[in-house]
Design a protein. Structure first.
Length: 331
């Protein structure tokens, strides 16, 4: 989500330039179609299913195939043919990048590394039978399963998924909502207010919301005027990452533009009017009228909802059932 580029764009066919259209057929293919040399491991008949085709899933699929050898069949389950990076997406909000510059085809996973791509999403896991059920009702057997399904977003603050898509985008996944939010910010005028919310930790990309506030504040004061305001309503009691950096940015670099309010509760957003109400850390009820509302709403690992497949996969939901604990030494 942040400005720092990630290096895990494995198996992608990148854009050669920053096109102005969002159509998939405008994304060029890579010039090289050479097939990678797979390791000679002696393995045969091994089936690996990777659920999710983001950076983690694509990287795992690429290297399990590359290092596992031709006897390891790797199947990537992912509904979308094109990947849109969330990393660098905050730069879309100030116009220095566009969505096309963050979009990549996954073709090289198949053409270069021999990964089997299965359109769809995993909807069920049977850990005893070692099978996964895909959204098209097909069943895939596996010897090893890699789960990298990304996140899903809760209905929160009185908003729905339709509100996120059409009126109050969270844009916490790179794509159409990012473009919508950029359009809304570009339409702001001097004196307007941008309100964003930050959910209780843990959430994806801890520094990302604070970075976004700075990017938007910088754009507004340079392009619209110094009477614009960025109100940051944080459900946490303090900044969650790079605390000194963002305290300095809020208090000095963007002083008078950014208003940071930690420890808020009872956030409510009226999608039609963009009126935002909340209770501050002292218990006082507050309300602000916004021209743009960017609610970074509570989210969770996909499949972690009550009755979801994450528990069936045997994962330890140690953070309130929303996320899976992972041993970073063994994964």
């Amino acid at each position: 989500m942040g400005l720092a580029a990630g290096g895990l764009t494995a198996g992608l066919l990148p854009l050669k330039g920053w096109a102005g259209d969002d159509e998939d057929d405008k994304i060029p293919s890579a010039s090289s179609t050479s097939v990678a040399a797979l390791a000679s491991t002696g393995l045969s008949g091994q089936r690996i299913v990777v659920a999710g085709g983001g950076m983690a899933g694509m990287t795992a699929a690429k290297y399990l195939r590359l290092w596992g050898g031709s006897g390891v069949q790797v199947t990537l389950v992912e509904p979308d043919a094109v990947y849109t990076s969330s990393i660098m997406s905050n730069l879309v909000l100030n116009g220095s990048r566009n969505i096309d510059s963050l979009r990549f085809k996954r073709d090289a996973l198949t053409t270069k590394y021999g990964v089997v791509r299965k359109p769809g999403q995993v909807v069920a896991v049977d850990a005893l039978a070692r099978t996964v059920t895909v959204s098209d009702k097909s069943v895939l057997a596996y010897d090893r399963l890699v789960l990298a399904p990304g996140v899903s977003f809760d209905d929160a603050y009185g908003l729905t998924q339709a509100d996120y898509d059409t009126r109050t985008p969270h844009a916490w996944r790179g794509g159409a909502q990012t473009a919508l939010l950029a359009k809304q910010v570009a339409a702001m005028r001097n004196g307007d207010t941008f309100v964003m919310t930050i959910p209780k930790a843990p959430y994806r990309c801890p520094p990302g919301p604070y970075e976004r506030a700075c990017v938007v504040a910088d754009y507004l004061k340079r392009s619209k005027g110094t009477n614009c305001r960025v109100l940051v309503l944080d459900e946490n009691l303090a900044i969650q990452a790079e605390k000194h950096t963002f305290e300095t940015a809020f208090a000095q670099t963007h002083a008078g533009i950014i208003e940071y309010v930690p420890g808020v509760t009872q956030i409510a957003v009226q999608a039609q009017t963009r009126l935002v109400s909340y209770v501050d850390a002292l218990g006082a009820p507050m309300a602000r009228q916004a021209q743009v509302v960017n609610p970074i709403v509570p989210h969770r690992a996909s499949g972690s909802a009550p009755g979801g497949w994450m528990a069936a996969a045997g994962l330890n939901n140690g953070t309130g059932g929303r996320w899976a604990n992972v041993n970073v030494l063994s994964y």
